[in-house]
Write a protein of this length. Structure first.
Length: 316
């Protein structure tokens, strides 16, 4: 009997897709660029490059690299919007490629943006307590940064939100895997702008040279399971990125009947990727909840070390 039970357990474990269970099958998650550069050559090779009017993105994918080529330049910096080509390349091929192109280290034009007078500061740029800055969040603060699993404590209605985030480098998770730097900006616990390392992916089903392990509406900068971004503006992991979100809460009449849907615009790394999008309900699981006119903002925890800084909002 004991032998039969042991055999059954072995068969069960062998059938599990452990890559879908991060607690059962952990992988290295670099949170420090210097450490990643010293310990993993893939970090130095990946990134954005330009050559003769062409933009190139190279993303680490297990023991290979996913290479995208854009005509005219990089997204948000010259790309003409034409078809993106994708290929899966070996490390040797990528080493040869990067020797003939120029690497770009882009910075969001809104990185470091100052909170204006009257803003509600959730976490300051410096990471050091200033006035009542830390009174406006509840969650995880270490190494002068705010981390996922944090939530604001000041209710907002209509607002403009600025935040900066840095995703871990997890090359041993396949591209588009939901364990590759997963978090999310959850407005009122109903509307989510996804945070995920989706650098080096084409937001079109079947267009990539790697298997798509999740829906494209689950990838970074999407409204979760609802809408993909208009422009793929992801920077490589371990580079600071920005979201600037303009949100208008839904409206209700005195009887509680909704008269206007929520509306939201998002700039990712300074580029408009969602333009005044109307949301008839919440996104993903948030769509099952009754909508409200005000609430807090959650920086979702999803078993990944995602860092945040310079987080503030202006009520409208």
């Amino acid at each position: 009997m004991k032998k039969s039970l042991l055999s059954a357990i072995v068969l069960f474990l062998s059938a599990l897709d452990l890559s879908a269970h991060p607690k059962l099958h952990p992988v290295q998650a670099y949170t420090c660029p210097d450490q990643a550069a010293q310990e993993d050559e893939r970090f130095a090779l990946q990134g954005e490059y330009v050559k003769e009017g062409q933009g190139i993105q190279i993303a680490a994918h297990l023991d290979q690299f996913h290479v995208l080529r854009y005509q005219g330049g990089l997204p948000g910096a010259g790309w003409d919007g034409s078809k993106i080509t994708a290929s899966l390349e070996s490390p040797d091929a990528v080493r040869e490629l990067v020797a003939s192109v120029q690497k770009q280290e882009r910075t969001s034009p809104t990185e470091g943006k100052e909170a204006p007078d009257g803003a509600v500061v959730f976490f300051p740029k410096s990471g050091k307590p200033g006035g009542t800055s830390f009174d406006n969040i509840r969650g995880s603060v270490r190494d002068l940064l705010m981390w996922d699993d944090s939530v604001t404590t000041v209710p907002l209605s209509d607002f403009e939100l600025h935040l900066e985030f840095r995703l871990p480098f997890k090359p041993d998770r396949p591209l588009s895997d939901q364990d590759r730097g997963n978090s999310g900006i959850y407005i009122f616990d109903r509307y989510e702008c996804q945070v995920l390392d989706s650098f080096g992916l084409i937001y079109e089903e079947g267009a990539n040279a790697v298997d798509e392990r999740s829906k494209i509406t689950q990838w970074g900068a999407s409204f979760y399971l609802t809408k993909t971004p208009d422009v793929p503006m992801a920077f490589p992991p371990l580079r600071w990125q920005t979201y600037d979100i303009d949100f208008r809460a839904p409206r209700f009449d005195k009887s509680g009947k909704k008269t206007e849907n929520a509306r939201i615009s998002v700039r990712h790394n300074g580029v408009l990727i969602h333009d005044d999008v109307e949301l008839a309900k919440g996104t993903g699981g948030g769509g099952k909840k009754a909508e409200v006119t005000e609430g807090t903002i959650t920086f979702q925890a999803h078993f990944n070390p995602v860092a945040f800084r310079n987080v503030w909002a202006v009520e409208k």
